[in-house]
Design a protein around this ligand. Structure first.
Ligand code: SF4
Ligand code: SF4
Ligand code: SF4
Length: 275
């Protein structure tokens, strides 16, 4: 690939994020949005560039840059609850800020364009889970996906109960919920990875955010597709997929299609460059 072409995709991604950054900065009259989305855009563009340059840890670099920024800076330092409870909280207060904007961009409307890119490159829970030893699931998928709906409902009930009970200092409660919620997510995620021998077991069965992510990503513009004329049906792509996606089927209804996190492991491992 020529030098100019190598820069085209990262540059396009940076431009998209800069457009969002400037639009939100002007609309909300808050320079934080310029900084926030510029930083995320630069991180993602850098990751794409490193991927094009065939650096094998490119995705990890983005996960750490974005994940740590959101967890440590936005979460612990700025006190923003960017978890699903924070989204409900801001939604109930009618404030279109932080968590609501984050959910709108990354998890509700964004997946119509970039699918579950959030899960592959930015989530601070998966940032840790992906370091565990079971990068490829050791066994078949279990029928436990219903648990995510229970967790989703519980998160909504928890925040609704705080409002209904007219709890004092909800801001402080939400910060504590963020800290405790993250501890629970990490503990459950690590335990699930070892029990199911699958780093992404938490994502497959427990994560409530997938209730938003899965339907939107069904319509995703960016998808990994298979060139049937090149494919030799070797099955390598399915073996290396952490999310059990049948990536050789190009239909939107392909098995576990809404689970694809765009990690591109299948692309990297295809011997025929068919993906
Ligand atoms: S499924 Fe949930 S925990 Fe897993 S990467 Fe996506 S948002 Fe993070
Ligand atoms: S790895 Fe490539 S060649 Fe093998 S089945 Fe998958 S798409 Fe086809
Ligand atoms: S390996 Fe391919 S199909 Fe599986 S999640 Fe990653 S990008 Fe999607």
């Amino acid at each position: 690939m020529k030098q100019g072409k190598k820069l085209l995709l990262p540059a396009m991604m940076l431009l998209i994020f800069e457009a969002v950054a400037v639009a939100l900065w002007l609309a909300k009259d808050n320079i934080f949005y310029l900084f926030n989305f510029s930083y995320i855009g630069i991180s993602i563009s850098l990751g794409i560039f490193l991927f094009i340059m065939k650096y094998k840890h490119a995705r990890r670099v983005v996960q750490l840059l974005v994940g740590l920024y959101m967890l440590v800076y936005l979460g612990f330092i700025k006190g923003e609850n960017m978890q699903i409870e924070g989204f409900w909280y801001y939604l109930f207060t009618g404030v279109f800020e932080a968590a609501t904007i984050h959910y709108a961009v990354a998890k509700i409307f964004g997946p119509l364009i970039f699918g579950r890119g959030w899960c592959g490159y930015a989530c601070w829970t998966a940032m840790v889970l992906d370091f565990l030893p079971y990068k490829v699931p050791a066994g078949p998928r279990r029928k436990l996906g219903w648990i995510r709906y229970v967790v989703f409902a519980l998160s909504l009930i928890f925040v609704a109960a705080l409002f209904l009970a007219k709890a004092g200092n909800i801001e402080r409660i939400m910060f504590r919920a963020f800290v405790i919620g993250n501890i629970i997510y990490y503990a459950a995620g690590i335990a699930a990875a070892f029990i199911f021998k699958d780093n992404r077991a938490f994502c497959k069965y427990f994560c409530p955010v997938t209730v938003f992510l899965k339907p939107a990503s069904y319509f995703s513009l960016f998808r990994v597709k298979c060139n049937k004329t090149k494919c030799i049906d070797c099955g390598r792509c399915k073996k290396v997929c952490p999310m059990d996606v049948d990536v050789t089927d190009n239909s939107r209804k392909r098995k576990n299609g809404t689970e694809c996190i765009l990690c591109l492991e299948c692309v990297k491992n295809c011997p025929k460059d068919a993906l």
